[in-house]
Write a protein that binds this ligand. Structure first.
Ligand SMILES: [Ca+2]
Length: 176
């Protein structure tokens, strides 16, 4: 089986004191697995600021001698709807490879939502969108991290809105 072509949208903080290390592990696993080809890393604010996350991503890649490209993205929740190098890369790559790219989103969804805002075909052109969008205590947290913006774009502007809406809101008392 051909390896999955993966872009990871991430807020890596491995090595930063008191911060989560899971995204760093995810990057290393994506690089080492024969089932995936990691084609690019887009950084979103989250566990650390976007510029620190950008630095951490480079450090992780340097550790294993990888030259996977890294693109800096949203720096705050207010950047939902603002173009940045990460969003540019996401839109261009997915548009050039329709049905080929699996987007693994493991940070607040600001970059992903902004890509959907600027390219209405973005979601349809993905092969898969895999979201780790919350924690045990705050399920679907990532959908609400950029205030209403991410939720409105991802849930209400897509064909799969009704399924996603019911999944996200089921059993949870969110301020939406
Ligand atoms: Ca994360």
């Amino acid at each position: 089986m051909e390896p999955k072509r993966v872009i990871v949208d991430t807020d890596p903080a491995i090595g930063v004191r008191f911060r989560d290390l899971d995204d760093g592990l995810a990057i290393l696993m994506l690089l080492s697995s024969p089932e995936t080809t990691l084609e690019g890393i887009t950084v979103n604010f989250g566990n650390v600021g976007a510029s620190k996350g950008f630095q951490v991503a480079h450090e992780v890649l340097q550790l294993v001698g990888s030259n996977v490209p890294v693109y800096q993205g949203a720096a705050s929740r207010h950047d939902c709807g603002n173009i940045n190098p990460a969003v540019d890369y996401l839109i261009e790559t997915v548009r050039a490879n329709p049905g080929e790219i699996t987007l693994l989103a493991i940070a607040p969804l600001t970059n992903v939502a902004t890509a959907m805002m600027f390219d209405p075909d973005f979601a349809d052109n993905l092969k898969e969108l895999v979201i780790m969008g919350g924690t045990f205590n705050f399920p679907f947290f990532s959908f609400f991290f950029s205030q209403q913006c991410v939720f409105e774009i991802m849930i209400t502007r897509n064909e799969w809105q009704s399924q996603l809406y019911s999944i996200v809101t089921k059993g949870h008392d969110f301020p939406i």
